[in-house]
Design a protein. Sequence first.
Length: 261
Amino acid sequence: MSEDEPPKTFFLKEPSPKPLPKQPGVEKAAGTSNSHPAEPHYTGHRERMKERFQKIGHQGFADYEMLEMLLYRPIRQGDTKPLAKALLARFGSLAEVLGAPEHLLREVKGCGPTVAFDLKFIAALAHRAMRSGMGERMTLGSWNKLIDYCTAAMAHESREQLRILFLDKKNTLIADEVQQVGTVDHTPVYPREVIARALQLSASALILVHNHPSGDPTPSKADVEMTKTIASIGGQMGIIVHDHIIIGKNGHASLKGMKLF
């Protein structure tokens, strides 16, 4: 072997390691040597929202945040904020989201049957809670509570409906019933059926309540004529019509207060 020739070895030189290909969606965290999947921006967000609610209550939350938290139950994982904002953008307000028909809720992307059902269930629960809060001893003296109750129950309904509050001689509530449901702007009313139901319940008086889906509570000529007819038939049977209240998103109107019957 020549002195200028490098010595031979029986061991091959180990090749330098090649870098592993970068995996899509994997970022290297700062200050670490290993690669980890990037955490979603909403990681821990639900717990922070719950803690915030426990500290300050609902007053410190926007409507979309309240709806976002409501969606945590049917949507177990992921960010619910986009859906909450989409629902409010579609229907206009929190009350109208809860009052929207289930088939319209399901037209919003991400609002499947489970979410739509939960929203309708919560709306029904809220209505029942308000109803139970009024108690069975509601009287005409609690006018503001009556208006609040009727507004919550009817102002955001997509179809017109006639609700009747049946009262005894002391003006104590006997029953609250939806008598008729109509199209978007018309409810068929049958005065004799209204009075017949009052007689079945042994009611001495009643209050008619119906909603205008347009939002404008101004009574129509048909509203006035229908009220006069029911009051006339009821008077013959000893049943008093105390008032006819029209509920709209923009307020309410009292036909008795307007001296229309």
